[in-house]
Design a protein around this ligand. Structure first.
Ligand code: NAD
Ligand code: ZN
Length: 351
């Protein structure tokens, strides 16, 4: 089969690889119909994620059709159209029983944090993928849901929902600010609507992204390069600050911004992956009674999100800005890697 292989920092190749085989009775093989490129793939390509070794097939999002299942798989059958979750988890270990799939303790032949596809196990940017623990890691695509929308369940919707909205404990009437209107920030905005906030403020350095955010549930927008960005946020909150500040960028400046706009007693939910250290003003957090949360997505709300998606209650259409054929993936990486220039939001590849 053809697959997108990481060769080391700065280098990837679309090349011939052996077809994946069933290795354990709990495995399934999925023929990919659509897959995507995620910001995390660009981090890997840069060499920011040293646990990803050369030779790894990248990708952790997508939809496909099951072509083979192991002897212990009964909930998923050959021919099922499925969403491939970004995290594969046994569903039975102590962490899985707590819903902490990203810390699954099952032995997959390597040691690391969770079985994220395209990280310590091969991923979805390929014609076929082997999915360990198929019963917990594959979800049937409901009738009437298009593949492009279903693929948003693999990673970005559960990430924005679990680590942004749920950890941020968004309640009816809350004023929520989401810093970063990329796919993850937009997923936080669209799932915030499920909890009845009174305002959702999209904050981004890119005015185009702030404008786009209104299509995904933002009621207000602030361009953070404006010198008075903080005053603009305060004026939307009667001068108090927001109830919940969600950081969905992953740089020190936006972490500082989240602390600068939260009200006393509020929540800061960090979603961004921070490659660099940030300052943590514990004294400020203490005197302001702040609750600060962070974490890796667990995908334990995916099934709930799929139901809402099927009912048309999650505004996801419009996430995809660029479409490519799967074997044109090198061009897709180039377009996605120059997102400011190309205005790429989420790119999708179809086999
Ligand atoms: P993205 O790069 O597509 O979007 C980031 C957005 O931040 C862009 O719109 C950009 O314009 C904006 N931005 C950049 N600098 C800014 C600044 N100084 N001020 C305001 N806005 C600024 O990223 P994404 O795919 O949406 O992911 C967002 C973050 O979430 C990343 O750090 C990613 O690694 C992380 N992530 C975390 C998890 C998790 O499990 N916690 C899972 C997936 C992704
Ligand atoms: Zn487990």
């Amino acid at each position: 089969m053809r697959a997108l292989v990481y060769e080391g920092p700065g280098s990837i190749a679309w090349q011939e690889m052996p077809d994946p085989r069933i290795q354990k009775p709990t495995d399934a093989i999925v023929k990919m119909e659509t897959t995507t490129i995620c910001g995390t793939d660009l981090h890997i390509l840069k060499g920011d994620v040293p646990t990803v070794q050369p030779g790894r097939i990248l990708g952790h999002e997508g939809v496909g059709v099951v072509t083979e299942v192991g002897g212990a798989v009964t909930e998923v059958a050959v021919g099922d159209r499925v969403i491939v979750s970004c995290i594969s988890a046994c569903g039975k270990c102590g962490y899985c029983l707590e819903g902490m799939y990203s810390h699954c303790l099952a032995d997959e032949g390597a040691s690391g944090i969770g079985w994220i596809l395209g990280h310590l196990i091969d991923g979805t940017q390929a014609e076929y993928v082997r999915v360990p623990f198929a019963e917990t890691s594959l979800h049937k695509v409901p009738a009437g849901v298009v593949a492009e929308d279903a693929a948003m369940i693999s990673d970005i919707l559960p990430t924005g929902h679990e680590i942004g909205i749920r950890y941020g404990a968004v309640k009816p009437g809350d004023i929520v600010a989401v810093i970063g209107a990329g796919p993850v920030g937009l997923a936080a905005m669209t799932t915030a609507a499920l909890y009845g906030p009174s305002r959702v403020i999209a904050i981004d350095v890119d005015a185009n992204r702030v404008e786009q955010a209104r299509r995904f549930g933002a009621s207000d927008g602030v361009v953070s390069s404006a010198p008075d960005w903080k005053e603009q946020v305060l004026s939307l909150t009667d001068g108090l600050g927001v109830d919940v500040a969600i950081e969905a960028v992953g740089i020190p400046a936006t972490w500082d911004m989240s602390l600068a706009i939260v009200r006393p007693g509020g929540h800061v939910a960090n979603v961004g992956v921070h490659g660099k250290p940030v300052s943590f003003p514990l004294e400020t957090a203490w005197i302001q009674n702040l609750t600060i949360t962070t974490g890796l997505v667990n995908t334990n709300t995916s099934r709930m999100l799929i139901k809402l998606l099927a009912q048309g209650r999650l505004g996801v259409s419009g996430f995809i800005s660029h479409r490519f054929a799967l074997d044109d993936i090198m061009n897709a990486y180039d377009t996605f890697g120059r997102a400011v220039e190309t205005k790429a939001l989420k790119v999708i590849l179809t086999a």
